[in-house]
Ligand binder design. Structure first.
Ligand code: HEC
Ligand code: HEC
Ligand code: HEC
Ligand code: HEC
Ligand code: HEC
Length: 288
């Protein structure tokens, strides 16, 4: 039989196979990197907005609360973007000639809403809900970062599935008292920074996040009456609380002290009734 290929083509064929393999791997790695790159996730980007609204000025500078503008964040899946009216509460009086605010005045005059470009935008096939996160002790800053320090808004996190799951698999390390949800500077408890919590449901047996109350100052030092009542050992205080409740007076809350996120997380998982990591990472939670 005539030899069509000479011997060297064997090596060539092998080499080209290896090369193809390498190219496929390289392509895979590149696509994977690309998929996670800020270019795709838009993490960290500051899109053009009709008005260069600064959270730093309005939150840190003026001390406005998030809910002043994002009014539905505690009770709906959407946090909501404020209407022009909210801006005009102040800007009808201040900075009335500023060129920067012309689009706001135009919007007010014409009744046409400002069109803000979304910074965070999940695909439609993902279900997300603000109210459950906020009411179960996840602070705005855990997902959005230090908004109070952002002159222009950007996404601090990727919002990719991996990021959501990372927390859903271990929510305890991110849980905080619901009273601290809007606190941009909240830090986990430590020896030098304890947190005291009481849970009304300890007696009534119906846990909800609202029945947990945490404070960052020693409740025993709150006032002279409180202090004297809280002086006896914890057990005695509990007995006393029982007696008072039996007498028809409001029960005295029994506070527990926490000096680490591990302890606080465990306590809150129980009292906020957080589902197990397994339940929380099942597909139906986010893809309905
Ligand atoms: C004076 C009103 C005002 C206050 C107060 C305010 N915001 Fe905003 N926020 C806006 C406006 C207007 C936008 C849309 C423009 C933009 O993205 O910068 C916005 C956008 C955002 C976005 C991005 C929305 C998107 O497109 O994905 C987040 C996140 C956010 N705010 C969080 C917060 C948090 C957290 C606080 C409290 C620390 C807060 N805001 C306080 C007015 C406000
Ligand atoms: C509670 C009053 C108040 C509200 C509500 C308010 N602003 Fe302001 N805004 C101010 C003040 C005061 C300044 C001047 C801040 C400074 O110079 O530090 C300002 C400054 C600005 C500026 C100039 C740039 C800057 O940040 O210094 C822009 C733009 C602006 N505001 C847009 C808005 C928009 C858009 C809204 C509505 C979503 C809004 N403001 C709501 C009080 C308010
Ligand atoms: C568990 C993470 C998480 C927490 C906690 C959280 N957010 Fe968000 N936020 C998101 C995600 C994800 C989106 C994008 C939602 C979408 O595209 O449907 C978003 C979007 C927003 C938007 C754009 C408008 C909207 O409703 O989609 C605003 C404003 C906002 N968040 C404000 C807040 C404020 C204020 C808090 C605290 C009270 C907060 N967020 C807490 C994850 C979070
Ligand atoms: C920092 C922690 C954290 C992050 C990040 C986070 N979650 Fe959650 N999520 C929670 C906690 C805590 C709950 C409440 C669980 C419970 O009550 O059992 C929750 C509950 C939910 C629920 C259940 C709502 C319901 O009504 O059953 C959905 C849906 C959800 N998260 C979607 C998301 C999505 C989508 C993302 C990412 C874009 C995300 N979460 C990111 C902590 C987080
Ligand atoms: C905590 C919320 C959450 C849970 C639980 C979850 N996903 Fe997702 N999933 C997301 C988010 C957010 C995205 C959008 C990612 C993006 O935009 O990059 C996503 C995207 C996807 C995509 C689109 C492809 C991709 O990777 O971008 C598929 C497929 C998917 N999820 C399948 C699943 C399956 C299967 C499960 C169960 C094993 C699951 N998801 C559980 C939040 C979740």
């Amino acid at each position: 039989m005539a030899q069509i290929f000479d011997r060297s083509s064997n090596a060539l064929a092998r080499a080209s196979l290896v090369l193809t393999g390498l190219i496929v791997i390289a392509l895979g790695v590149t696509l994977d990197q690309l998929q996670r790159s800020p270019w795709v996730t838009r993490q960290g980007q500051r899109p053009d907005q009709p008005v260069p609204f600064s959270h730093k000025h309005h939150v840190q500078g003026l001390g406005l609360q998030c809910q002043y503008c994002h009014v539905t964040v505690e009770r709906s899946s959407y946090a909501g973007i404020p209407p022009t009216k909210t801006c005009m509460n102040c800007h009808a009086q201040i900075w009335t000639n500023a060129q920067l605010l012309q689009p706001v005045r135009d919007s007010w005059a014409t009744g046409q809403s400002l069109v803000w470009t979304k910074v965070h935008d999940l695909p439609d096939y993902v279900y997300f809900n603000h109210s459950i996160h906020v009411n179960k002790g996840i602070g705005c800053a855990s997902c959005h970062g230090r908004v109070d320090q952002m002159p222009l808004m950007y996404a601090q996190n990727t919002l990719q599935m991996e990021w959501c799951l990372n927390c859903h698999r271990n929510p305890a390390k991110n849980l905080r008292p619901t009273s601290q949800i809007y606190n941009m500077a909240w830090e986990a408890p430590a020896e030098s920074r304890p947190v005291w919590c009481t849970a009304a449901d300890a007696q009534s047996g119906a846990p909800t996040a609202e029945s947990v109350n945490c404070v960052t100052k020693d409740p025993a030092g709150a006032g002279p009456e409180m202090a004297s009542l809280d002086l006896p050992a914890r057990g005695a205080a509990r007995g006393l609380a029982g007696d008072v409740a039996a007498a028809g007076l409001p029960a005295i809350p029994v506070y527990r002290k926490f000096t680490s996120q591990e302890e606080l997380g465990l306590f809150l998982v129980k009292h906020y009734k957080i589902r197990t990591p397994r339940e929380l990472s099942s597909c139906e939670v986010c893809h309905r």
